[in-house]
Design a protein. Structure first.
Length: 222
């Protein structure tokens, strides 16, 4: 746990644990369903494995997380952080300004998208969506989502299956769609985002994704 604020205030006591760098993002990943170490790493890709292990140990010692075999599961105390994470995210959508270039990460975007899929809307038994980000280095330009009726996998190398739809777009545009800053239809009309594939699949693709839970948060007018 971080250094003490030496205040009896419960906000101060809570923040002694929660304001350590990366801790709330780990809680965010746990709240959104990640339980295994490698899955948690994919949700915080810029965090070192050693530091992730250290933070998980701290959360376990504090009674926020319980280790169950190879899974990290939120305790009752950890589950009570869910509305806090959601409230902080909603506040961030309303009041935090423009995204910087360093905030844009194709790996994190695809990881978030893969857990917000309406599997019932996606044709089976396996559908592959390719993403080509025109404004990122070639080494991280191409990504694939392999979607099955009950799972989805993020690939940074061609999985070798036929592609149903290819999404070509600047990374920033798809991030803005995902956050709810603009809609799929607006991005398509602008020409910034294009879809390649059979017409029926192209038209259906936006309905395959339920978007970020923060996409519906009303924006601050200013």
């Amino acid at each position: 746990m971080g250094s003490s604020y030496r205040q009896f205030c419960p906000v101060a006591k809570a923040m002694e644990l929660l304001d350590e760098r990366w801790t709330m993002l780990i809680v965010r990943e746990l709240v959104t369903g990640s339980e295994r170490f490698n899955d948690l790493r994919r949700g915080v890709p810029r965090m070192s494995p050693a530091l992730l292990s250290k933070r998980l140990a701290t959360l376990t010692k504090a009674g926020i997380v319980e280790r169950q075999g190879d899974r990290y599961v939120l305790t009752e105390a950890g589950q009570e952080l869910r509305p806090i994470v959601e409230a902080v995210g909603a506040w961030g959508v309303r009041w935090i300004g423009e995204l910087g270039e360093m905030d844009l990460d194709p790996k994190l975007l695809l990881w978030d998208m893969h857990r917000n899929i309406d599997h019932g809307a996606v044709p089976g038994p396996r559908t592959v969506v390719q993403f080509r980000f025109s404004d990122v280095p070639a080494a991280v330009r191409n990504w694939w989502l392999v979607i099955t009726p009950d799972d989805a996998d993020v690939c940074d190398a061609d999985p070798g299956h036929g592609v149903a739809v290819t999404v070509q777009t600047p990374l920033r545009t798809l991030v803005r769609v995902w956050r709810g800053d603009i809609g799929w239809s607006a991005a398509l009309r602008s020409g910034d985002l294009t879809l390649e594939g059979v017409t029926a699949l192209r038209r259906a693709l936006p309905k395959w994704f339920t978007l970020s839970p923060f996409a519906v948060v009303p924006r601050h007018a200013g």
